[in-house]
Design a protein. Structure first.
Length: 247
């Protein structure tokens, strides 16, 4: 099977222009797609027995030492266009961070949406973050929670932490301290130094999770958060009249 990368990208570029898809047009321009096929082609043809082999070979080619950044951009864009979730996610991250390409949050969200819809759990969490912060488009806490939940269901620990924080604050979802505590404890088992997660978990314990042990556990996690630099945790410890601080 021969994949003519440049021809397909040029055709997609033309179709996007005709359809008024400004985001994809900007993506093509930033990636170096031209309005017509040039010679020689941007990237070599790839021969393989099936579509999966082609995708795997192209994915490897992006990281070849002798593949230029310009060629790698086009190969990655081609894979993203073909619906390869990991490539869509990488496109999103590259545009979000301005990594070897001009930074553009609108294009980043465009690809993050596609990767998330195609089941990439990392993209699902990051799309939630983009909705939560209004990065690259509308701010929507309910959609942020939706994508955190999808990613958390797939096992992403960062998404579990993000969802737990929203459950504590009632942001985009009804408050639920019990569910939040479970998620935050999972996150802290992976990263025990996260001040924000300790702070949120302390609030769960202060609001009745763990019954009689709640205050003791709240103080413990407020202290952990304070030790890791949380000013809010220090205020909470003063409010609870804890007699001495470790920090």
């Amino acid at each position: 099977m021969v994949v003519e990368i440049e021809k397909e990208l040029v055709a997609a570029f033309a179709a996007a222009r005709a359809a008024g898809d400004e985001t994809f047009v900007k993506c093509c321009l930033a990636s170096g797609v031209r309005s017509e096929v040039s010679s020689p082609a941007y990237a070599p043809d790839v021969k393989a027995d099936c579509e999966d082999d082609v995708v795997a070979e192209l994915d490897r080619m992006v990281n070849y030492r002798d593949t230029s950044i310009e060629h790698a951009r086009l190969i990655r864009l081609y894979l993203a266009l073909k619906g390869h979730p990991d490539s869509q996610f990488i496109e999103a991250v590259n545009f979000r961070n301005g990594r070897n390409i001009v930074q553009d949050h609108a294009i980043a969200r465009y690809w993050m949406e596609k990767a998330a819809e195609n089941g990439c759990i990392g993209a699902q969490n990051d799309l939630g973050v983009m909705y939560a912060g209004g990065i690259g488009g509308e701010k929507n806490d309910e959609k942020a929670v939706f994508w955190y939940m999808k990613s958390a269901e797939g096992g992403d620990v960062t998404a579990k932490a993000n969802l737990g924080r929203n459950l504590v604050q009632g942001r985009g979802v009804k408050r639920n301290y019990i569910k939040a505590a479970r998620l935050l404890k999972e996150s802290l088992r992976v990263d025990p130094y996260d001040a924000w997660d300790h702070l949120m978990l302390a609030r769960c314990y202060e609001h009745g999770v763990a019954g009689r042990n709640g205050r003791r556990l709240a103080v413990h996690h407020y202290q952990e958060a304070a030790d890791f630099g949380s000013t809010e945790a220090r205020y909470a410890l003063r409010r609870l009249k804890v007699p001495s601080l470790r920090s």
